[in-house]
Design a protein around this ligand. Structure first.
Ligand code: UD1
Ligand code: CA
Length: 454
């Protein structure tokens, strides 16, 4: 059985007031369109088809080869949009799921239920409905005495009686493919709006005496459609709650889920505690038993087990196990902290590896460096890695002791067991087990102490 999803995404989304196509606006770090396509994966068996129009180039560029795109030009309504998929799909699929790309909260299970219902339906299609106290903006579902659907009445033509109907058209349909393409051709142009409404396809089935089934869904939140940025923020909040709940059910603790921001796709192991005001972005993967936050931002980073990351910012970094960092530490791209590294406040590491047990307590910059195990980096140490044109490497051995405020002028090598005195400016390689010191301060004159004025 072949099931293909057709996603309608050609509308302009005027009410977003944006130069970005509506369906590319992100929700929990991923475009709306991504969420819908993700959900459809569990219900469809074939590559999805996306109907594009406004902002077609940008949308196509985003989709790449994850979907086939068909162009709707001009945009003459949802029925007309669905027709654009016929040339590509006719004779190639058994069922067609049609849904709107501005509904990012619909779940995979919900689409699966819709397809299941249609498989058991002798009639040509099934659709998803939902009940709500405030039906504003939705098409109303009119049912026949036998429970099948008689019509979808769009809000602007609904009689006062129909306006009261609480069962609504959610905007997801599953059609028998053969019937669908022919029926689409029979939809007439709406005389008031000059558009072809997909919803009018109900009447065509009813005229032919074929049953249309409805799947009544019990979660209204899932059917939020995004027309304005207010809806966008509501969907973001709902999706965030959903993501956080999934993590908690998988064994992750959160002190305050409402102030914990985790993007779709981030992985977190069990017994990790995520503290408030923490943002986990992109391809971040976090292991077990960690304490992350509060006040931490992590993007595209990998964290092992039993680490503590307090009030810090990490991007493109790797932490192995038992690393302890922060508060106020920053890891940039290529920072790799091996097990038992301690990194205290106001440090920055970029493109560098700190091997097992390195301690770097306070105020340091380490760039393009490789620092051997159990080395101690004193407060205020700087790798002077940039000469204005090129970056240079600093190689530090094991068990090295770097005194406070040492300037390590790269390219530079320090052998195992070397030591530098406080304030040293090191410009030449230091052999193993050797102490280097800078110029110590010397007395230059005796000062006269002035009496303090009152
Ligand atoms: C639609 C339904 C309504 C349902 C509601 C649920 C119709 C006629 N009405 O109304 O019954 O309750 O969704 O949210 O279908 N699109 C195109 N090409 C077009 C027009 C629209 O691709 O020519 C796309 C839009 O990009 C959008 C989707 O179809 O993603 C829905 O269009 P929209 O205008 O938002 O329909 P609604 O008025 O919300
Ligand atoms: Ca809509």
């Amino acid at each position: 059985m072949k099931v293909t999803a057709v996603l309608l995404a050609a509308g302009q989304g005027i009410r977003m007031k944006s130069s970005l196509p509506k369906v590319l606006h992100p929700i929990c770090g991923k475009p709306m369109l991504w969420h819908v396509l993700e959900a459809l994966k569990s219900a469809a068996t074939e590559k999805p088809v996306v109907v594009v129009g406004h902002g077609a180039d940008e949308v196509k560029k985003y989709l790449g080869d994850t979907a086939d795109c068909v162009l709707q030009e001009p945009q003459l309504g949802t029925g007309h949009a669905a027709m654009q998929a016929e040339a590509l799909l006719k004779g190639k699929t058994d069922y067609v799921i049609v849904t709107y790309a501005d509904m990012p909260l619909l779940r995979g299970e919900t689409f699966q239920r819709l397809v299941e219902t249609q498989r058991l339906n002798a009639g040509p299609f099934s659709l998803l409905t939902v009940t709500a106290d405030d039906p504003h903006g939705f098409g109303r579902i009119v049912r026949k005495a036998d429970g099948t659907v008689a019509a979808i009445v769009e809000e602007y033509v609904a009689t006062p009686e129909q306006q009261q109907i609480k069962e609504l058209n959610a905007g997801a349909y599953c059609f028998k493919a053969d019937w669908f393409w022919d029926a689409l051709q029979r939809i007439e142009k709406n005389p008031r709006k000059g558009e072809y409404y997909l919803t009018d396809i109900v009447e065509i089935a009813v005229k032919d005496n074929l049953p249309v089934q409805a799947v009544l869904h019990d979660d209204f939140i899932e059917t939020i459609g995004i027309n304005t940025r207010i809806h966008l923020s509501e969907a973001e909040a709902a999706m965030r709650r959903r993501i956080n709940q999934e993590h908690m059910l998988n064994g992750v603790s959160m002190m305050d889920p409402a102030s914990t921001y985790i993007e779709a796709g981030v992985q977190i192991g069990k017994d990790t505690l995520v503290m408030p005001n923490t943002y986990l972005h992109g391809s971040t993967v976090i292991g077990e038993g960690n304490v992350i936050g509060p006040n931490t931002i992590i993007r595209d980073s990998k964290i092992g087990n039993q680490c503590k990351v307090l009030a810090s910012v990490l991007e493109g970094a790797v932490l192995e196990d038992d690393v302890d960092m922060g508060p106020f530490a920053r890891l940039r791209k290529g920072a790799h902290l091996k097990s038992h590294v301690h990194m205290g406040n106001f440090g920055e590491v970029k493109d560098s590896t700190l091997h097992e047990g390195v301690k770097m307590g306070h105020f340091s910059y380490i760039g393009n460096a490789n620092i051997g195990a159990n080395t101690n980096i004193g407060a205020g140490t700087i790798t002077c890695n940039y000469d204005g044109e090129k970056k240079h490497a600093t190689e530090i051995g094991e068990d090295v002791f770097i005194g406070s405020d040492t300037m390590l002028v790269a390219p530079l090598k320090l052998g195992d067991g070397a030591r530098t005195g406080a304030g040293a400016v090191v410009t030449k390689n230091v052999p193993e087990d050797t102490l280097v010191v800078g110029m110590p301060a010397r007395a230059i004159k005796k000062l006269e102490r002035k009496p303090k004025s009152k």
